[in-house]
Ligand binder design. Structure first.
Ligand code: WTA
Length: 650
């Protein structure tokens, strides 16, 4: 078990925080004891066209999974994110756009009034193309303001958007267009990223070859690069110029779908996760305000892509519902150099910065000087999301980036949950590096014994993480396949939402995510989180990054296979291999000692930065003939190197 550290967030002015420790305890109790009263009150943070009279109507009962929040209320998400702010903050910046390449583009400030104008125009373009309430629109765009306009334009007219990350291949795009039977695809000529350009339009053309003939394509000219032009293509910006800048928001039921987002599970094709209108927006807005301690005048930056749920909830919907200024970044952390994040924080006076551990580790490896060059004094709160953050990265983030002043909120959540589930709150929680710590309001975590499904009471326990009751941001179904929704999330442990993650509740009652349970390995009968071994490895000063998987072992059942990326300038050697194995043995215990250590110049990662463990497991199993789809990798060539230098040759 990793040691638990306590780090008071000294220097953070907790007196202005929305919630203190007592307030958290009181509100949490209220939220789970009387959800109708708690969420009935919280729902008022939105403007409703027809006020709701019912709040919670949810069932986790086997065979009858049915989740409804605020079901008789009506509202429009775009009106809540734009129109209602016009009177008081029409001239305030809603979106700061930071382009990939400052040599060719300048940052843009888009006010709420300008946002209204653009979204109405795009909504009218969609209507003119025959998109109606309930129709699906696939968005395949770079991180440009038009991506946010497109989301909000869909919301305004009641169309359901499904964003496909611009790094996905034509085949993946085609599967998603077909999966939700989309009427329209919105794309761009090219997506600049890290100085390179992805040919989105040409990808979309290839994808559309596999789709129905009547799917239209709206093209944003981003770079002006040459593209083919077919009968189905329309010029988005030209049509927006001509369109009216008024478009009344459609009245939507709280339970009408807002968006579909495809996400991969451990088995089968990606699932279309469905989020609806009222509960999702209440939850995105409340978590954004409380978890990041958002205040009027703050400049909020979430570095995710809108192609992932983090971008949906914490670049667009949460911040804009709260009338915030939100930063949208088109590029990557290391372009043109490893100072890009910090330079951007300085330029825009960013107050809350929210990123992923993988980025933190990469930038930590580049050295402190990149951070120290810039003035980060406006920063107040730091956030982490996507995977467990190892204490070394946490400490670096805290000390070097946050100057020891900024609480780090380690937010555990999922595409399926719509918003944060477990997270410390700034000013209210005594932080522990690497722990997501405590449930957000309304979230009832339970730890179950994995095989029997029995609830494990008490503290200092470990098991699988389930949630005992519904919260407003929860997904409602899998698009077109409610049975799959029931089976995937409620099939293993009757009556509970199953996260797919393992977790530990420590002696203080704080939660630590130990990683997906499909990543848990069993060594000589001992269950072990691969994240724990990785955390130990990266704690070594010569290690930049590590990924650990299990592989079949004659004696132990599974052995531990570690892929290790060394810090710049470190030389791989057998002596270092032994040093690292012994280090892990010393950090965690003999059972955690890696059996095989492979030097990995790079790890196979999705473009969102997630390590593709499936591939690592296959290589570790010496079964690389069956690697499956590698098209979603950021850099497929790393796989060849790993195969060539694999350690387990059966
Ligand atoms: C993992 C991203 C530990 C977890 C919002 C979850 C985390 C999966 C954390 C969901 C965290 C996310 N600590 N693990 N703070 N946040 N995860 O759907 O395994 O892309 O199940 O949503 O990421 O990934 P998804």
């Amino acid at each position: 078990m990793p040691k638990d550290h306590h780090t008071p967030s000294s220097g953070f002015d907790a007196s202005t925080a929305h919630v203190d420790a007592d307030g958290y305890a009181r509100m949490y109790q209220a939220s789970v004891q009387d959800p109708d009263a708690f969420w009935g009150e919280q729902g008022k943070r939105l403007d409703w066209m027809t006020p709701y009279t019912k709040v919670k109507n949810t069932s986790f009962a086997p065979g009858n999974i049915d989740i409804r929040w605020f079901e008789d209320g009506t509202l429009n998400v775009a009106a809540n994110c734009i129109d209602r702010h016009l009177e008081t903050r029409g001239d305030q910046t809603a979106i700061i756009w930071e382009p990939d390449d400052l040599g060719t583009d300048a940052p843009q400030h888009i006010t709420y009034r300008q946002l209204h104008d653009k979204v109405c125009r795009m909504a009218n373009v969609l209507l003119d193309l025959g998109v109606e309430k309930g129709d699906r629109v696939v968005i395949y765009l770079p991180m440009i303001p038009e991506a946010a306009y497109a989301m909000l334009a869909c919301a305004r007219i009641g169309a359901i958007h499904s964003i496909v990350f611009a790094g996905f291949s034509p085949d993946a795009l085609a599967a998603r267009i077909q999966g939700c039977d989309a009427k329209l695809v919105i794309t761009a000529d090219e997506a600049p990223r890290g100085g390179r350009k992805t040919p989105l339009k040409s990808n979309a053309d290839q994808a559309l070859l596999h789709c129905k003939d009547d799917v239209s394509c709206l093209v944003v000219k981003r770079t002006g690069g040459q593209t083919t032009w077919t009968a189905r293509d329309r010029d988005c910006l030209a049509l927006m110029e001509e369109a009216s800048d008024e478009c009344p928001p459609e009245e939507m039921g709280a339970e009408d779908p807002l968006f579909i987002l495809y996400t991969s599970g451990s088995t089968g094709q990606p699932k279309g996760v469905v989020h609806t209108t009222g509960g999702y927006l209440v939850y995105a807005s409340l978590t954004h305000e409380i978890v990041f301690d958002y205040h009027e005048g703050d400049v909020f930056w979430c570095t995710a892509d809108v192609g992932w749920v983090t971008g949906h909830s914490y670049i667009v919907y949460g911040p804009l519902a709260n009338g915030a200024t939100t930063v949208m970044f088109e590029g990557v952390p290391t372009y043109p150099d490893a100072g890009r994040f910090w330079e951007t924080c300085e330029r825009h006076g960013v107050t809350q910065f929210y990123t992923a551990p993988t980025a933190i580790r990469a930038l930590m490896g580049a050295g402190d000087d990149w951070v120290k060059k810039y003035d980060l004094s406006a920063l107040r709160v730091l956030g982490s999301v996507g995977e467990p953050i190892n204490p070394e990265a946490w400490n670096w983030y805290n000390e070097v980036v946050g100057g020891g002043r900024c609480p780090i909120v380690d937010t555990f959540w999922q595409t399926e949950t719509g918003g944060h589930m477990l997270t410390p709150l700034p000013g209210a929680t005594k932080l522990k590096p690497g722990a997501a710590q405590q449930p957000f309001f309304g979230v009832q975590p339970v730890v179950l014994e994995p095989t029997s499904g029995k609830v494990i009471e008490g503290n200092d326990v470990e098991g699988v993480l389930c949630i005992a009751d519904s919260w407003p941001g929860q997904m409602r179904t899998v698009w077109g396949d409610h049975a799959r929704f029931e089976k995937t999330y409620f099939g293993d442990y009757a009556g509970y939402y199953f996260s797919g993650d393992g977790c530990r509740r420590d002696a203080d009652g704080d939660y630590w995510i130990t990683g997906r349970v499909d990543d848990v390995i069993n060594v000589s009968g001992h269950r072990m989180g691969t994240a724990e071994v990785e955390s130990a490895l990266v704690a070594h000063e010569k290690v930049a990054e590590a990924a650990v998987v299990g592989y079949p072992h004659d004696v132990k059942g599974q052995g531990i296979y570690a892929y290790v990326t060394l810090m710049d300038g470190q030389e791989p050697s057998d002596a270092l291999r032994k040093e690292l194995s012994d280090w892990v043995r010393a950090e965690i215990g003999p059972i955690a000692k890696p059996d095989l250590v492979q030097w990995a110049p790079g790890l196979p990662k999705t473009r969102s930065g997630k390590i593709m463990r499936r591939i690592l497991r296959k290589i570790a199993e010496d079964d690389f003939g069956a690697l499956g789809d590698t098209s979603t990798l950021a850099d497929p060539s790393v796989v060849d190197d790993l195969i060539a230098n694999r350690m387990n040759r059966t």
